[in-house]
Design a protein around this ligand. Structure first.
Ligand code: ADP
Ligand code: F6P
Length: 383
């Protein structure tokens, strides 16, 4: 083991790594923060995988990883179906030709999988056996929070891994935006514009559900972009009677001839919400629609492509420098890295609780500025 002298970290206990190559000149590890910093330019072979829910722009990120690695003289392997493919050894060589035509395509050509077994040591050991077999020294993991934990485990086993935030939900810590969010918002906005057309023509009320898991970001952005009358998100309480009152007032005042409510899935389903409106006395011609997985596919926007390309290239630079156990994010348009596991004070994304559970430091919360903006634009006198 080596004493860590960089960034103020002190080595507090011996390193227990399954395979620790002599390439690292400093290993930063204490009870709180674990990441490794090695010698620049030594890593010669890395791998990339996509994990968790797919997101538009994942392909652009993989392409950037491959092309940047090639320019650094590093070989790249693709791992199919996330950690499941790693454990099964579904690993193959990537080159420039293989990523020639993927930049503009949605989804992930490496495919994705949910594989809970990787949260167990046994699964991780099987995975690193495969990495060893292929001579892979570092891994780029594109996915969400769960995927980041897998990246941390790999780093602890001596395989520096770097996480990139890939999800439409925009709900990952350590970044203002995730790869895929902008595209999902654009697709949801386009769909909402279409619903506006038919809602206006028939003088109807629509509840439109959009994905986002527990986060209201997609609903807020697509709601503002499409001129929604109301946006309902998990981050802000609502009163169904108020929702119905606003619909009614809009029609009765003559100010609105139709009404669109954008509903984040984290609140409830569109049908259920519409039923609650009826129970609360809504008398309008009401329809409920769920945009569903439609907003998870499609060609990434230019913004997502640029974000993915920047992050993919940065991940390779980090691995080139022997750094792992960190996730790349974007803050105020600048790329940043944060240790995945550590203390909140040290800027780590997650901490271990005394019971051994995982706690998210500074969890993501959708900006309610957009919520208030929507209220103001609809003259609802809220907040
Ligand atoms: P996301 O990455 O979008 O949050 P999941 O939570 O499904 O999606 O995580 C993706 C994958 O990451 C899981 O299927 C599993 O293989 C791996 N993973 C999740 N949690 C852990 C963990 N605590 N340790 C190691 N690997 C994990
Ligand atoms: O995390 C992306 C996401 O599309 C969420 O918005 C949604 O809640 C979930 O995944 C849907 O998961 P599945 O594809 O497994 O139905």
């Amino acid at each position: 083991s080596t004493l860590c002298v960089e960034n103020g970290f002190t080595l507090k206990k011996p390193i227990k790594l399954f395979k620790f190559k002599a390439i690292y000149n400093s290993l930063c590890y204490n009870e709180n923060v674990k990441y490794i910093k090695g010698v620049s330019g030594i890593m010669k072979r890395i791998a990339v995988l996509t994990s968790g829910g797919d997101a538009p722009g994942m392909n652009a990120a993989v392409r950037a990883v491959v092309l940047k690695a090639i320019s650094e003289g590093i070989e790249v392997f693709g791992i199919n179906r996330g950690y499941a493919g790693m454990v099964e050894g579904d690993i193959f060589k990537l080159d420039a030709k293989r990523v020639e035509n993927i930049l503009s395509r949605g989804g992930t050509f490496l495919q994705s999988a949910r594989y809970p077994e990787f949260a167990q040591l046994e699964g991780q050991l099987k995975g690193i056996e495969q990495l060893k077999k292929y001579g892979i020294e570092g891994v780029v993991v594109i996915g969400g929070d769960g995927s980041y934990h897998g990246a941390m485990r790999l780093t602890e086993h001596g395989f520096p891994a770097v996480g990139l935030p890939g999800t439409i939900d925009n709900d990952i810590v350590g970044t203002d935006y995730t790869i895929g969010f902008d595209t999902a918002v654009a697709t949801a906005t386009e769909a909402l514009d279409k619903i506006q057309d038919t809602a206006f023509s028939h003088g109807r009320t629509f509840v439109v559900e959009v994905m986002g898991r527990n986060a209201g970001d997609i609903a807020l952005w697509a709601g503002i972009a499409s001129g929604a009358d109301q946006i309902i998100v998990p981050e802000e309480e609502y009163d169904i009677n108020e929702v119905v009152r606003k619909v009614k007032e809009g029609y009765e005042s003559g100010e609105k001839s139709h009404h669109i409510i954008v509903l984040a899935e984290g609140v409830m389903g569109a049908e259920e919400f519409a039923a609650k409106m009826k129970e609360a006395g809504d008398t309008s011609d009401l329809r409920a629609t769920n945009l569903g997985h439609v907003i998870r596919g499609g060609s990434p926007t230019a913004r997502d492509r640029v974000l993915a390309s920047r992050m993919g290239a940065r991940a390779v630079e980090l691995l080139r420098d022997g750094i792992g156990g960190v996730a790349v994010g974007i803050r105020n348009e600048e790329l940043v890295e944060s240790p995945i596991l550590g203390t909140a004070e040290e800027g780590a994304l997650f901490s271990l609780t005394t019971e051994g559970g995982i706690k998210v430091n500074n969890p993501h919360k959708a900006g309610l500025e957009l919520y208030r903006l929507n209220s103001a634009l609809n003259n609802l006198n809220l907040n």
